[in-house]
Ligand binder design. Structure first.
Ligand SMILES: Cc1ncc(COP(=O)(O)O)c(C=O)c1O
Length: 433
């Protein structure tokens, strides 16, 4: 391994990003430009147009479910699913403590109580044992998040859900195309929630979608995302035509506008065509890189359950163990790695009991139903020791674009880590901001 001076101390980086830039994200070409122009010229710019209809159909086919309902983003999708399932005031919903704030904020937005539970150290996804311990007579649903390049243990979660008659809502914001035991994320629970925000592996800048096999739920969701209008036509599964028929309420319900535009749908259709091969490449590189990482001192790759038959990566993550690196804090290791590779190296999401962007108490006029509720939603009342350890000591995350290069690029990542390991003593003696 190289023993040249560390890049963070002025040495030559392992990777010359001027000569050899990282793959760019988002990926697009003339196909997107043509599709956007086609929408422009058609004058059909709003919702329920031909591109959206086609996208809903193709995405259902890809995920292996009966219905896709496109929405404005992957936060509202969670909120609408909860609302469509009749979850609200007095209900509890179990969510992992290590996720983007939207997973819990959506629960707050339907006036239910997000119950934060800890994650597994091995893969950073919700810990089934902690779920079981958190179930009360008020629990209505579990929202597992398939975080970064990991899968929540769906076998255990479904078993618990059956035993306690709970809904399982999959937060698939990171998992477009990932498979558990041959079944795609978003087709395993009652509904799946997807985000198409710019950094995601299928993107239209902003956007989201809900997947489900439940026709009545799909009809309700379609109305909820469209100002309460009931769907005029059967949704994208013709086989279910005529089912549903609004047994719960009348023809209209109260809601808002959470629709996407034809411009977004046109971009998504192009991205969807590329997604399977991009996922395949990321999965192959991920397996290769994890093998390299497993051979390095002080680095723990994420655990991959044998049931994860296809992995999809929003981020590529691994665990750093500072005791093997002369007690070099993880924040300095991330900076040193960034300097060697010329790419952003992040931590993971901030645990929700410490997260600046998860502040339910700042909406007192909307949510202050009574003191007991106020107390139950207080993030500080939740203990999440594993989430905190991961965040403060272990987390190393790269955007998925680093898995879109050649195998030789994966070698360079391992080389850079090895270089820092060899010179951890030098680095630990320097003052680095
Ligand atoms: C796990 C998770 N859930 C939900 C969301 C919300 O998606 P959006 O940004 O499309 O609202 C995100 C976004 O990063 C996410 O990471």
């Amino acid at each position: 391994m190289s023993t040249s001076k560390l890049a963070i101390l002025g040495g030559i980086p392992v990777r010359d990003t001027k000569l050899n830039p990282w793959p760019k994200w988002p990926v697009w070409d003339q196909h997107e430009a043509d599709a956007l122009l086609q929408v422009l010229h058609s004058g059909i710019w709003s919702y329920n147009g031909p591109f959206e209809t086609e996208f809903n159909h193709r995405f259902s086919e890809y995920i292996g479910c009966k219905h896709t309902i496109s929405c404005v983003n992957g936060t509202v999708t969670l909120q609408l699913i909860l609302e469509a399932l009749g979850i609200g005031w007095g209900d509890e919903v179990i969510v992992p403590g290590l996720t983007w704030q939207a997973t819990a904020a959506a629960v707050i937005d339907v006036n239910a109580t997000p119950v934060l539970v800890d994650v597994l150290e091995s893969n950073w996804c919700i810990d089934p044992q902690q779920i079981e311990a958190a179930i009360t007579p008020r629990t209505r649903a579990i929202i597992p998040v398939h975080l970064y390049g990991s899968f929540a243990n769906m076998d255990r979660i479904l078993e618990l859900a059956r035993k306690h008659q709970l809904f399982v809502i999959e937060d698939c914001a990171h998992k477009h195309g990932g498979e558990w035991n041959g079944q795609k994320a978003g087709s395993i629970g009652i509904a799946g929630s997807f985000s198409f925000q710019l950094s995601k592996i299928l993107t239209s800048g902003e956007g989201g979608a809900i997947t489900t096999n439940d026709h009545q739920l799909a009809e309700k969701l379609d109305a909820l995302r469209n100002c309460g209008r009931r769907p005029e036509h059967s949704l994208n599964d013709q086989a279910d035509k005529g089912a549903g028929q609004y047994e719960d309420e009348g023809n209209f319900i109260q809601s808002g506008n959470y629709r996407i535009t034809e411009f977004q749908a046109a971009i998504l259709l192009e991205g969807l065509q590329r997604l399977p091969s991009q996922n395949e490449k990321r999965d192959k590189n991920g397996i290769y890189l994890n093998k390299l990482l497993s051979e390095l001192n002080g680095i723990q790759p994420m655990y991959r359950d044998p049931k994860e038959t296809k992995e999809s990566y929003f981020n590529f993550a691994f665990r750093y163990e500072q005791e093997h690196f002369r007690d070099l804090p993880v924040s300095i290791f991330r900076k040193a790695l960034e300097a060697e590779l010329g790419v952003q190296v992040d931590s993971c999401y901030t645990p929700l009991n410490q997260c600046d962007l998860y502040q339910p108490h700042t909406k007192p006029s909307r949510h202050h139903l009574n003191d007991q509720y106020w107390e139950k939603i207080n993030p500080e009342n939740y203990s999440l020791p594993i989430c905190e350890k991961i965040f403060h000591q272990n987390a190393i995350c790269f955007h998925h674009k680093i898995l879109m290069g050649d195998q030789s690029e994966m070698d360079l990542i391992a080389t850079a880590i090895g270089k820092i390991y060899e010179q951890a003593d030098v680095l630990s003696e320097c003052e680095i901001e």
